[in-house]
Design a binder for this molecule. Structure first.
Ligand code: MF3
Ligand code: CO
Length: 249
């Protein structure tokens, strides 16, 4: 069942999303060679305390941290660690969510660490472009398959592939609600998009093949070919005219 949100609920989700957006503005200043992913997690812990909110991920299905920090071939769900230092040339995907007044906010971005290869820059640009195209397709009259196809076409035209084993999702009083929002699919298929839906759209795009696997820690998702992967996520609310991005400061 897809839960339609009232204007008041969407205002509450905008407040949660604004805090998530603010987090990204602040955390990007900490991304540089030598920073450990644990130091980013410690910043997140301080940030949620300062804003009087709860991290959405810590404790979710036993996940141990507020952040997912996924470097290079890591796709999503990398666990922050004192033993992982960012190095010049890396790309790092940061995924962060909060729960505020009972509503979730969720977003992700991939950052360059210092100077990175041109191919990684292109991977990041294409993934973010896929998210933009997906957001443009999120409007009443369209279906979820139109959103999925926008990501897939953008990624595949650039010679990249989309992850199939993890998808975007509805969001509200739960982190994950219906509908699923895959990053692949055919236009004109899937659930109809209607005003009051709130969706977390999150393209995960691989430089190589689409196959992924989970490491022995039970969480970290990596590309099977160990080529790099990028991840961008926004939470959007469907309006009469289109949609509004909620996860911006
Ligand atoms: N943004 C991710 C998602 O939407 C974050 C989940 S990480 C988890 O699923 F640890 F909480 F599972
Ligand atoms: Co999400």
């Amino acid at each position: 069942m897809i839960i339609i949100k009232s204007p008041r609920e969407i205002e509450a989700m905008r407040r949660a999303g604004a805090i998530v957006g603010r987090f990204f503005e602040e955390v990007k200043t900490l991304i540089r060679p030598g920073s450990t992913t644990l130091s980013l997690e410690e910043f997140a812990e301080e940030f949620v305390g300062r804003h009087g909110v709860k991290g959405a991920f810590k404790g979710y299905l036993g996940y141990p941290a507020n952040l997912c920090t996924s470097i290079n071939e890591e796709v999503v769900h990398g666990i922050p660690s004192r033993n992982r230092q960012l190095r010049e040339g890396d790309i790092v995907s940061i995924d962060f969510g909060v729960v505020m007044d009972g509503y979730y906010g969720d977003a992700a971005r991939t950052y360059a660490v210092g100077r990175i290869p041109e191919s990684s820059l292109r991977l990041m640009r294409v993934t973010e472009e896929g998210l933009s195209r997906a957001i443009e397709s999120t409007r009443p009259g369209n279906r979820i398959g139109d959103v999925s196809a926008a990501v897939q076409e953008t990624a595949e035209k650039a010679g990249f592939s989309v992850v199939r084993d993890f998808v975007g999702h509805g969001i509200g009083r739960a982190l994950h609600e219906e509908p699923q929002v895959p990053n692949f699919g055919a236009p004109g298929t899937g659930p109809r998009i209607t005003p009051g839906m709130v969706l977390a759209i999150e393209p995960m795009v691989n430089e190589g093949g689409h196959a992924v696997e989970v490491l022995a820690d039970g969480w970290t998702v990596v590309t099977r070919d160990r080529k790099r992967s990028a991840h961008f996520e926004h939470m959007v609310a469907v309006t009469e005219e289109g949609c509004m991005i909620l996860s911006l400061p």
